[in-house]
Design a binder for this molecule. Structure first.
Ligand SMILES: C[S@@+](CC[C@H](N)C(=O)[O-])C[C@H]1O[C@@H](n2cnc3c(N)ncnc32)[C@H](O)[C@@H]1O
Ligand SMILES: [Zn+2]
Length: 277
């Protein structure tokens, strides 16, 4: 039902995918039914800074700007390139003037609030998308008419494997190529004959796992006005049933952690905006 409804809503929509790499993110959108056009990437000689588009042609803009500056695994000071690319994401959204946009990144990424759009931020793990991989990612969504998304997560897979990272190709203890691809949702692997070994691990490891992209694409296709849905107060995007204000025990724990770190004892003082920090 969800799959068919999402497909029906996606079929009429044209999406611009920026920072595509090999575009696992856009591939998930295509599998849901969206038409996807790819922007430039240094992998194919392009640069977003030389890219311009026209307003009103795209229904949505998606992208995962480079994340090393925001990654916890970073060993050096941020270069500033990450922020520059977030600003490019915002510039392209403002130029394209789509109805909605969706950005993927690591948990350390700052909020990207774009004038004229609502802002929703939530996290999702690959282990909630049917994959045995512990890969936590943050998605930020904006909509011209204030719609919100509510991704439908699958039961979490316990004992998931460590995250597939871009640098794994250079490690002695790297996982085999097919295993690595499968953890990213490429069940038959992918041939990238013109890439070096570390280059192909980087391209696949950088991607949004395809099942995660599909869950997010379905959520976007089924986005609804904020007034027509009650979402969990913790900001996870889960839809609430009954009179509860938090969806599950993990949401209650998350809110408690935020109250503790904010030094407040009254739940009413912790807003969703604060809780995203
Ligand atoms: C996190 S990866 C995106 C992966 C992609 N979303 C996917 O699912 O396969 C970030 C991409 O940004 C690209 N990139 C870095 N600097 C760029 C620039 N100046 N212009 C355009 N793309 C850039 C990188 O080459 C890389 O492919
Ligand atoms: Zn929640």
């Amino acid at each position: 039902m969800i799959v068919q409804d999402a497909r029906n809503a996606a079929l009429s929509q044209l999406v611009l995918s920026i920072f595509p790499g090999i575009d696992l993110f856009g591939t998930g959108f295509e599998q849901v039914g969206f038409s996807v056009v790819r922007g430039p990437d240094p992998l194919t000689g392009g640069d977003i800074r030389r890219f311009h588009t026209v307003p009103g042609r795209f229904d949505g803009v998606i992208g995962g700007p480079p994340c090393p500056d925001f990654s916890r695994a970073r060993r050096s000071e941020p270069s500033g390139y990450g922020l520059e690319m977030l600003a490019e994401f915002e510039r392209v959204v403002l130029e394209a003037s789509p109805t909605w946009w969706l950005m993927e990144n690591v948990s350390g990424v700052p909020d990207v609030v774009i004038p004229g759009y609502s802002h929703q931020r939530l996290d999702i793990n690959a282990s909630e998308c049917g994959l045995s991989q512990n890969r936590l990612r943050h998605f930020q969504f904006g909509h011209k008419h204030g719609h919100v998304i509510s991704p439908v997560r699958l039961p979490r897979i316990a004992d998931a494997q460590p995250c597939c990272v871009a640098s794994e190709g250079g490690q002695m203890d790297r996982r085999g190529w097919l295993d690595f691809c499968r953890l990213q949702g490429l069940s038959d692997g992918i041939e990238l004959p013109s890439f070096t070994q570390s280059g192909r691990y980087r391209a696949v490891g950088n991607g949004v796992p395809i099942p995660m992209a599909i869950i997010m694409a379905q959520a976007v296709a089924l986005s609804r006005p904020v007034s027509s849905v009650r979402l969990c107060f913790c900001g996870c995007g889960r839809e609430l049933t009954g009179r509860a204000s938090l969806a599950n025990a993990a949401c209650r724990k998350r809110m408690q952690r935020r109250r503790d770190s904010a030094g407040v004892t009254d739940q009413a003082f912790v807003t969703i905006e604060q809780s995203q920090l």
